[in-house]
Design a protein around this ligand. Structure first.
Ligand code: ADP
Ligand code: ADP
Ligand code: ZN
Length: 226
């Protein structure tokens, strides 16, 4: 039985930041739907082109497209030891599809970590977000700047701002979250495996809280894996 974990929370809550660290400190593989779409777009695939139209408007990509992409991803060998889902599921239909697919492999969702962050903080987090092109590390010009502007502390790569992180699109993405994704909080609460985490705390505090919540499901190492 593998351990699968979902990071649930609004855009800007810190899902990507935390998933990256958790995947380095555990045997879980980080699977981020948004990252997969952005990679597909860079590669110029049909999937990438299709997703871009929705992402630019801050709308959700249609369920069947996302579900197909994620199920294909988690069938790969590196996901056999367990997955951290980041940005998926975002609708009830996606949650149900994930569950039934995992059930066929005798697997389940061990825990859902819900990152709670107040709205006014989210907009600044999104508008200030910078991501490393090379290693995917995330910075924030307001809260968590890199030491040298535009350059990644970890690897020296160039930082970029996502085109859907403008104030206007960010606000719409938050509206979409409240309407389509928030209901999942109650959905998982009813299943009894939801842990609420205060996402307004410092990054390392949040990581520790997550590792603690996952304690009984995980074998962790203090050192990042190679
Ligand atoms: P998500 O994947 O949920 O959209 P990210 O992990 O990309 O969120 O984080 C959004 C922005 O907020 C990034 O700029 C990141 O550096 C910053 N951030 C993440 N966690 C925290 C935190 N606990 N405190 C302050 N800023 C944070
Ligand atoms: P964030 O968590 O910061 O909002 P993501 O990188 O997770 O950003 O998502 C960026 C965009 O990719 C979303 O606004 C949406 O258009 C698309 N997307 C990502 N994941 C999903 C999903 N599970 N369902 C539908 N669309 C998605
Ligand atoms: Zn980097």
């Amino acid at each position: 039985m593998t351990t699968n974990v979902i990071l649930l929370g609004p855009p800007g809550a810190g899902k990507g930041t935390q998933a990256k660290t958790l995947s380095e400190r555990t045997s879980l593989t980080h699977v981020a739907s948004g990252d997969l779409f952005r990679a597909a777009l860079r590669e110029g695939t049909e999937l990438g082109m299709l997703a871009k139209a929705y992402m630019d408007r801050g709308e959700l990509v249609p369920n069947e497209v996302v579900i197909g992409m994620i199920l294909e991803r988690i069938a790969q060998p590196d996901c056999a030891s367990g997955v951290i889902f980041d940005g998926f599921p975002r609708t009830r239909e996606q949650a149900v599809a994930l569950e039934s697919s995992l059930a066929k492999q005798n697997s389940t969702i061990a825990a859902v970590l819900y990152l709670r962050v107040p709205n006014e903080v989210l907009l600044r987090r999104i508008a200030g977000r910078q991501t490393c092109k090379t290693c995917g590390a995330t910075y924030n010009i307001y809260y968590f700047p890199s030491h040298r502007p535009g350059i990644c502390d970890a690897c020296g790569g160039r930082l970029y701002q996502r085109s859907d992180d403008s104030m206007e699109t960010a606000q719409h993405r938050l509206d979409v979250y409240f309407e389509q994704t928030m209901p999942l909080i109650e959905y998982y609460q009813r299943q009894g495996n939801l842990f609420e985490i205060d996402g307004q705390q410092e990054i390392s505090w949040v990581t520790d809280a997550m590792l603690k919540a996952l304690g009984k499901y995980l074998v962790t190492s203090a050192q990042p894996k190679e």
